[in-house]
Design a protein around this ligand. Structure first.
Ligand SMILES: [Zn+2]
Length: 223
């Protein structure tokens, strides 16, 4: 029985071709270097993607857990817009118990990333040893990262990710499916051929020249 459960968990972690298609639609861009699906909607669609700690092009990649479901992503953006990160940083400065738990979350993040690196055959990535994400271990800089970690790890691991999940309850809860209409499921998914233009988690614009703006004044301006 226990073995069956472990096997089921193992299977649900493996990204299927369908999962990768859904991820590309959720994000509106092709994904790459996704090695596991650590959290799923009750319907089975991915909520969080785990990216390899080293990308296929060799780049070390510290942000392991990436929130992909548009309903949760926008709920967390709304929460961030309320200034809750300042509030949480204040709590971290004042509450020793919370700051210790948050430091433990950072350690858990690193351990989970090491385990993913091991399972995916990538092994240790010394360039990012001790570096987690989202501002951990002492600051809160991105709630999407903390919520992604909480969903991947389950409750009780990341106190501030858990807190953020409580605060978005009005817009998203784990017990319901919010997938219907949340992304474009018609036509082709964003092309996998474009994936070389930017690793997941980085803006596609990185490395591209800035767009040239042409205007009457620009053409008349001296060099
Ligand atoms: Zn769903």
């Amino acid at each position: 029985m226990e073995n069956n459960t472990a096997a089921a968990r193992e299977n649900s972690r493996q990204p299927s071709a369908h999962d990768l298609d859904v991820l590309s639609r959720q994000l509106g861009r092709p994904v790459r270097d996704v090695v596991e699906i650590p959290a799923r909607c009750v319907c089975g669609n991915p909520l969080v993607a785990a990216t390899a700690p080293r990308l296929g092009n060799g780049t070390p990649f510290p942000t392991t857990f990436y929130l992909t479901h548009p309903v949760i992503t926008s709920a967390v953006s709304r929460l961030e817009a309320t200034g809750v990160m300042n509030e949480m940083n204040g709590q971290l400065a004042e509450d020793d118990q919370l700051s210790a738990a948050y430091r433990s979350a950072h350690e858990a993040y690193l351990a989970a990333r090491d385990a993913i690196g091991e399972r995916s055959g990538i092994g240790a990535v010394p360039e990012i040893a001790g570096v987690s994400a989202g501002g951990m271990p002492t600051r809160v800089k991105c709630l999407h990262v903390l919520v992604g970690h909480s969903l991947a790890a389950g409750p009780g691991v990341n106190p501030l990710g858990d807190e953020a999940l409580v605060r978005i309850r009005e817009w998203w809860t784990a017990d319901r499916c919010y997938c219907d209409g949340a992304w474009d499921s018609t036509g082709e998914a964003p092309s996998k051929d474009l994936s070389r233009h930017g690793p997941q988690g980085l803006p596609g614009i990185v490395g591209r020249p800035a767009p040239v703006r042409k205007s009457a004044t620009a053409t008349e301006a001296p060099e």
